[in-house]
Write a protein that binds this ligand. Structure first.
Ligand code: GLY
Length: 279
């Protein structure tokens, strides 16, 4: 694995299958880089809200990083997410919190730099068990769009308690029954050079009872919307299970279009695609 050493908007990683690919990836990075062992397995995103001392974990989710169906094409910031996961039930979240998040919280507090906020552990579920790939000090995008509609409690009071260093002993936030699937709609040219200024059609039509549309890189114009960046919208479908949530997300995403719009059609497909099959 060849990685740019620094922030790269989710695009600084190259999965290499040969020494020549690794050499090409290294040649393409201007500045410090990291070489890591390649791990194989599906990924999982485990996000905890921390108050400096303890944390409460959100439902588990999974991003789909590659641009194309079947995990083809270049890495992106994320083209879709599902929650919950068929291969890692939500009731494992407390155990993952104990193993990955709480030790780093203890270490940071011990150094006099307690962490308050969203701590996002990117895991890979290898044959040897979950391995930590990275921490981000933020929510995940598009994981959060699939997670928040599943919460059975409002997020605001949880964030306030975390900011005040006053979370209660709850390890896991209660969830509503059912599932959510988020499909990202991206501009032509993404992840390289996204085109902007394209008129977006169908947003109002996509907003049915089972679907939500989250805006990211859009701009309001003349009573409508136009594209203003790479990952423009995330369309979220909700349902009793992943299949119905996926149907709702697909139906809603089908109603939205603009010239050159890019999206995946396999988010939440069963059997699950090997999201991030190697990192
Ligand atoms: N979806 C991956 C991230 O937010 O880093």
């Amino acid at each position: 694995m060849i990685k740019a050493d620094g922030l790269a908007a989710g695009k600084g990683v190259t999965v290499c299958v040969s020494p020549s690919e690794a050499a090409a990836a290294i040649a393409g990075i201007d500045g410090p880089l990291v070489v890591e062992q390649r791990l194989v397995g599906p990924e999982a995103s485990v996000i905890a809200i921390c108050d400096g001392r303890i944390a409460v974990v959100l439902p588990l989710s999974r991003d789909h990083k590659r641009l194309g169906d079947g995990d083809a094409g270049p890495n992106t910031g994320g083209m879709g997410a599902v929650s919950p996961l068929s291969d890692l039930p939500d009731d494992m979240a407390g155990e993952l919190l104990n193993r990955f998040h709480l030790p780093i919280l203890r270490e940071l507090a011990g150094r006099g730099t307690p962490f308050r906020g969203a701590l996002f552990a990117g895991l890979m579920l290898t044959r040897d068990g979950p391995r930590l790939l990275e921490f981000n000090a933020r929510f995940g995008d598009p994981e959060t769009q699939a997670i928040l509609p599943r919460l059975a409690v409002p997020l605001g009071p949880v964030l306030l308690a975390a900011a005040r260093g006053a979370l209660s002993g709850l390890a896991r936030l209660p969830t509503l029954p059912g599932a959510a699937v988020a499909i990202v709609l991206a501009s032509a040219g993404y992840p390289g050079r996204p085109t902007t200024g394209d008129r977006i059609d169908g947003v109002a039509e996509a907003l049915t009872g089972a679907a939500l549309v989250f805006h990211a890189a859009s701009r309001a114009v003349d009573g409508g919307w136009e594209t203003a960046g790479g990952r423009v919208l995330a369309v979220v479908g909700r349902g009793a299970d992943l299949a119905t949530a996926r149907d709702a997300a697909e139906a809603a995403a089908d109603r939205i279009s603009w010239p050159g719009m890019q999206r995946r059609h396999d988010i939440g497909a069963s059997p699950p695609v090997a999201a991030g099959a190697a990192r």
